[in-house]
Write a protein that binds this ligand. Structure first.
Ligand SMILES: Nc1nc2c(ncn2[C@@H]2O[C@H](COP(=O)(O)OP(=O)(O)OP(=O)(O)O)[C@@H](O)[C@H]2O)c(=O)[nH]1
Ligand SMILES: [Mg+2]
Length: 204
């Protein structure tokens, strides 16, 4: 039987039979930075037609993510094709390196969620370096990919100034946003931007 789907880095995963274009977007960042809170805020803020359902594979549905979380979001139709975003979070523990490398496969773009707490500055930097290392193992380079850097927990007293976070984490000036995922702020902006970048890549 002839293959009815196609995957390459420019086209995401296109299934010609079901007329779907599936884009995979990862929410990455150090432990506790607010990756799950982003997905939860998207789930809460989008309309029932857009959200398909949040699959949380954590021990008890709250707290530290044990495995991964998955939220499919429909972006509507482009020339008869259903454009779907698949949002994933992965916990940062190295224990799940195998899971992480499987989920990394075929990534179209990512949102790096940084924690604005001063004591998390070093883990943000380390985690971003790790993300770049894993991407390079997949033959990918951060600067060539759709990406957003999100400075989360801006509501916290004592949050590291954005200029400091920017100089530590984003000297190349990828698109970045301030956010407070817990309060749903900056979350949809980050999602819209990463979606727009992925769509531009598909169209280009
Ligand atoms: N003050 C504040 N707290 C936040 C914000 N975002 C997340 N949190 C809190 O930070 C804690 C961790 O948030 P999660 O969303 O579970 O973080 P995570 O990145 O998914 O963590 P792991 O899955 O363990 O890697 C929770 O208690 C959240 O309520 C924020 O914007 N402001
Ligand atoms: Mg989590």
């Amino acid at each position: 039987m002839a293959a009815s789907y196609c995957y390459n880095r420019r086209m995401a995963f296109t299934n010609f039979e079901t007329k779907e274009i599936n884009c995979k977007i990862l929410y990455l960042g150090p432990s506790g930075a607010g990756k799950s809170s982003n997905l939860r805020a998207i789930f809460n803020q989008t309309s029932p037609e857009v959200k398909a359902g949040l699959l949380e594979l954590s021990e008890d549905g709250v707290g530290q993510s044990v495995f991964f979380e998955f939220l499919p979001v429909s972006l509507g139709f482009i020339r008869n094709y259903h454009l779907k975003l698949h949002l994933y979070t992965i916990p940062s523990q190295t224990l799940y390196e195998t899971v992480r490398s499987v989920i990394m496969k075929g990534v179209d773009g990512f949102v790096f969620v940084a924690d604005s707490a001063p004591e998390k500055l070093a883990s943000n930097v380390e985690e971003l370096q790790l993300v770049r290392k894993i991407l390079s193992e997949e033959g990918l380079v951060h600067s060539d990919m759709p990406s957003v850097i999100q400075y989360n927990k801006r509501d916290m007293p004592g949050a590291v100034p954005v200029e400091v976070l920017r100089s530590e984490l984003n000297p190349s000036r990828h698109v970045d946003f301030e956010a407070s995922a817990k309060h749903g702020m900056g979350v949809l902006e980050s999602l819209q931007e990463i979606s727009a970048q992925v769509i531009r890549r598909l169209a280009g």
